[in-house]
Design a protein around this ligand. Structure first.
Ligand code: FE2
Ligand code: FE2
Length: 181
């Protein structure tokens, strides 16, 4: 396998780019303009489809193994695992609100603004925490067998945005990422 810490870091940088795009749409609320709800929905559904299904389960296994090697890390990794659940929850809330907007239901802008801002802050801090405290330590601590187990914790599926067979529904989001890059 390639360098697992490098691949892990690259996914984080990629998620950060998506979060920046989402942040940009949240800032639109402040100007009283109408944000691009469809793009927001694409971002959140991608993060739910990919990060929640693959990235987080693999991390959970990395964290579990890291805590076995390093009992002093039990508390911080337990907190990160808890944050995965909170992120999934906050993502569900935000996605529901955005879906309601798409179906012309009356949803207050404030509700969406708050849900999106909460998600952004939570997610951004979570990634920063992992980058700052865990990646390097895991790289120094875990064995090849540990990394393989982490990979096996969520067998590779197709990445619907960046994989070999991207899904049509993410076409606009791919274009925006390319423009932003
Ligand atoms: Fe995480
Ligand atoms: Fe992560």
């Amino acid at each position: 396998m390639g360098d697992p810490v490098k691949a892990w870091h690259e996914e984080h940088m990629y998620f950060n780019r998506l979060l920046r795009l989402l942040q940009h749409e949240v800032e639109v609320f402040a100007t009283a303009e109408v944000p691009n709800y469809a793009l927001m929905l694409d971002i959140i559904s991608y993060l739910r489809d990919y990060a929640d299904q693959y990235h987080h389960p693999r991390e959970d296994e990395v964290f579990r193994r890291l805590a076995l090697h390093r009992p002093d890390q039990r508390a911080p990794v337990a907190r990160l695992q808890q944050e995965h659940r909170v992120i999934a929850n906050a993502g569900t809330t935000l996605m529901r609100l955005l879906e309601e907007v798409q179906s012309d239901a009356v949803v207050s802008r404030a509700q969406i603004e708050v849900a999106a801002a909460t998600y952004l802050v939570y997610y951004g801090n979570h990634i920063a925490n992992e980058e700052e405290h865990i990646l390097q330590l895991a790289g120094q601590t875990l064995s090849a067998e540990d990394w393989q187990a982490a990979k096996d914790a969520a067998p590779a599926g197709n990445d619907p945005l960046l994989g070999a067979h991207p899904e049509e529904r993410f076409r606009e989001l791919r274009r925006r990422i390319a423009v932003e890059a």
